[in-house]
Design a protein around this ligand. Structure first.
Ligand code: NAP
Length: 177
């Protein structure tokens, strides 16, 4: 049987666990001295499908000046307020579990859950994140949008690697099965 597609969260956080400030700023992240592309080029080759929450998609589109950031990928944006298609993305409000199970059954590369915290929480509630690649910026931002929300259970991961890219520590975890 071919390897099943993995669902991967590749994301950057502050040292105190936030993905953005309360007003959606990532300035604290962009000012950190990295090294090369921090493994992004290598990672993106393993992906053919991108999944985002509507707020993250809006943020990315604004940051990119309306230019589609993932033109060669299948893009899904979860939203209850937007429907249909826009640019290269498909809006969906499907339940996360059947959505993920269906994608996993289709042939393809791995699936990237870009964020944010709200959509990630939906995936974690169903224990659907197979891998995390988390780049930690050496900055405490004090408050903001957390990567992780509260769960009522524990999920165990295995540490695959620890890499340093300039001032970023990048932790790669895979789900313990
Ligand atoms: N540091 C990083 O690497 C990184 C990565 C990604 C994002 N971010 C930042 O994170 C922030 C956004 O994160 P967030 O947690 O506030 O929002 P988010 O997860 O990006 O988006 C939340 C929205 O997604 C939709 N949604 C989520 N779960 C859904 C479900 N199960 N079914 C249907 N729709 C669903 C809803 O849209 P509707 O309101 O339309 O219903 C909800 O309001 C932004 O500032 C972004 O820049 C940072």
């Amino acid at each position: 049987m071919p390897n099943q597609r993995r669902i991967v969260c590749y994301i950057a956080i502050s040292l105190d666990g936030y993905i953005a400030t309360e007003d959606d700023s990532l300035e604290w992240l962009f000012k950190v001295e990295g090294e090369g592309d921090a493994g992004y080029g290598e990672f993106i080759k393993t992906i053919d499908t991108v999944v985002m929450g509507r707020r993250t998609y809006d943020w990315v589109m604004e940051a990119e000046g309306g230019k589609d950031p993932y033109p060669d990928k299948e893009c899904y944006v979860f939203s209850t307020t937007e429907h249909g298609r826009k640019e290269n993305v498909k809006y969906t409000d499907e339940e996360i579990l059947p959505f993920a199970e269906r994608l996993r059954r289709e042939p393809g590369k791995d699936i990237w859950v870009v964020g944010g915290g709200s959509l990630l929480h939906g995936f974690l509630k169903e224990k659907l994140i197979d891998e995390f690649i988390i780049s930690i910026a050496p900055t405490l931002i004090g408050k903001g949008i957390p990567l992780f929300q509260e769960l009522d259970f524990q999920i165990d991961y295995r540490l695959k690697s620890v890499r340093q890219f300039g001032q970023f520590a990048q932790l790669h975890y895979e789900l313990k099965k």
